[in-house]
Design a protein around this ligand. Structure first.
Ligand code: KG4
Ligand code: ZN
Length: 412
């Protein structure tokens, strides 16, 4: 079964063709990062207009890369929730029109579900890490990418194709098998969400923890802005943090009970710490602080912030494992799951043999995360989530009436 997945929930215009819920035949992502780097964040109207410009070229290239015509496509899947209203509209209206024109079944997929299902793609399974076997270079992207021109557009795109499929080991399971071991908990960390999902089986999600305010990715982006680092903040902070002293500034952990999160206090704590460090009052405009900071101070703040944010996520995962002792796997998902320090810490805490001895709360589990190229928004994850909806007996949606839901939860 070949599924065309379409994703436009935020600032990436993406389309991919995935075979049998696991093999990426093409994966085209046009990012608007270059546009929003100028503004320091996403402007919804600009994002929607930009999706409109490249939507059809992206789909055409995804089909061509996969050597597919419309006859080869069995199903169309599109993100209909949650996300930016205008952005979701472009993707869903395109998918609806194409489904009607080409007489294809249409599936509407929740964005967070798609992020979780990125872990089922073959390309992700090469970075799937088990407690007993840790491959040498787990953090390198094993999906090749190259920048090329999009017809009619100035921006670059990333293509994730699968010329190296032959070198990937064939999974010892069928796509309908239970993989990875259920029940699992998924830590979904993106620019818009920070949630812990309990997944007892395919296509079943229960939110067991969520943020009360900012998402952790949003916090990375806001802290980067204070430090004068480019958008998106996550990769910028991770990069400069490499040279910083992560223990230089002590930052508070939010006092949120149980499995819920809060990240707005951490952002304010950084703001106050920076103001104190450079000796200005709290009324001093935050956008001017960057001019007063040395490169060394920026690196130390970035390192200290990243370490604190990661530790907060680890703490909550520990509590989740205590509360749900039957859990067999931990899965990371969403843009922030590309963060190297987060991956390393989750592995060290939950997947290594050492953790059995040293961490009272944590037990070794199977740990999974998508390759960095598949952590952020892409069409392949939409297609694989759709595949498991089909296997779970979900019916296609009506292309004449499919609606968008900018805010609904993955449980609805
Ligand atoms: O999942 P995603 O691509 O889009 C949303 O659904 O929101 O996530 C984007 C978020 C941004 O906030 C970005 O700063 C963050 O993921 N991010 C990272 C890293 N790469 C992207 N955060 C921390 N470390 C990274 N390496
Ligand atoms: Zn996302």
């Amino acid at each position: 079964m070949k599924i065309l997945g379409i994703e436009t929930s935020c600032d990436e215009t993406a389309a991919a063709v995935v075979r049998d819920g696991r093999e990426i035949l093409s994966n085209v992502v046009v990012s608007q990062i270059d546009i929003f780097a100028e503004y320091g964040g996403v402007i919804p109207e600009v994002a929607a207009r930009s999706h409109l410009e490249v939507m059809m070229p992206v789909i055409d290239i995804a089909l061509a890369d996969a050597s597919c015509t419309w006859d080869d496509i069995d199903t169309i899947a599109v993100t209909h929730a949650p996300g930016l209203l205008g952005s979701l509209l472009i993707g869903t209206l395109t998918a609806r029109t194409l489904a009607i024109l080409h007489n294809k079944p249409l599936y509407a997929v929740h964005h967070l579900k798609s992020h979780v299902y990125a872990n089922w793609l073959w390309q992700s399974q090469t970075s799937m890490l088990r407690s007993e076997a840790r491959p040498a270079g787990p953090f390198a992207s094993d999906v090749p990418s190259s920048a090329i021109r999009v017809p009619g557009g100035e921006r670059s795109r990333v293509t994730d194709t699968t010329p190296r499929l032959a070198s990937l080991r064939t999974p010892p399971y069928q796509s309908t098998d239970v993989y990875p071991p259920f029940p699992l908990i998924a830590l979904v960390v993106s620019g818009g969400h920070t949630q812990i999902l309990y997944m007892p089986a395919h296509n079943e999600f229960e939110i067991i923890g969520t943020t009360h305010d900012d998402a952790v990715g949003e916090c990375f982006d806001k802290v980067a802005k204070i430090l004068g680092l480019p958008y998106p903040g996550g990769p910028s902070i991770a990069k400069v943090a490499l040279t910083g002293d992560a223990d230089k500034y002590k930052l508070p952990h939010p006092k949120v009970e149980g499995l819920d999160f809060s990240f707005s206090g951490l952002k304010t704590a950084i703001l106050r710490a920076v103001q104190k460090e450079v000796g200005v009052p709290i009324s001093y405009p935050s956008h001017k602080l960057k001019d007063l900071l040395s490169d060394e101070q920026v690196a130390d703040f970035a390192g200290s912030f990243q370490k604190t944010a990661v530790e907060i996520l680890i703490e909550k995962l520990k509590i989740a494992l205590q509360r749900y002792p039957e859990v067999k796997s931990i899965m990371l998902a969403g843009g922030v799951s590309a963060n190297k320090m987060l991956r390393e810490r989750v592995l060290a805490e939950f997947a290594s043999r050492e953790s059995e001895k040293t961490n009272l709360g944590a037990r070794p589990c199977e740990v999974y995360f998508p390759t960095p190229a598949l952590s952020g928004d892409n069409g392949a994850m939409v297609a694989v989530a759709c595949y498991y909806e089909i296997l779970s007996g979900v019916e296609p949606t009506d292309p004449y009436s499919l609606n968008i839901y900018p805010r609904i939860s993955v449980e609805d």
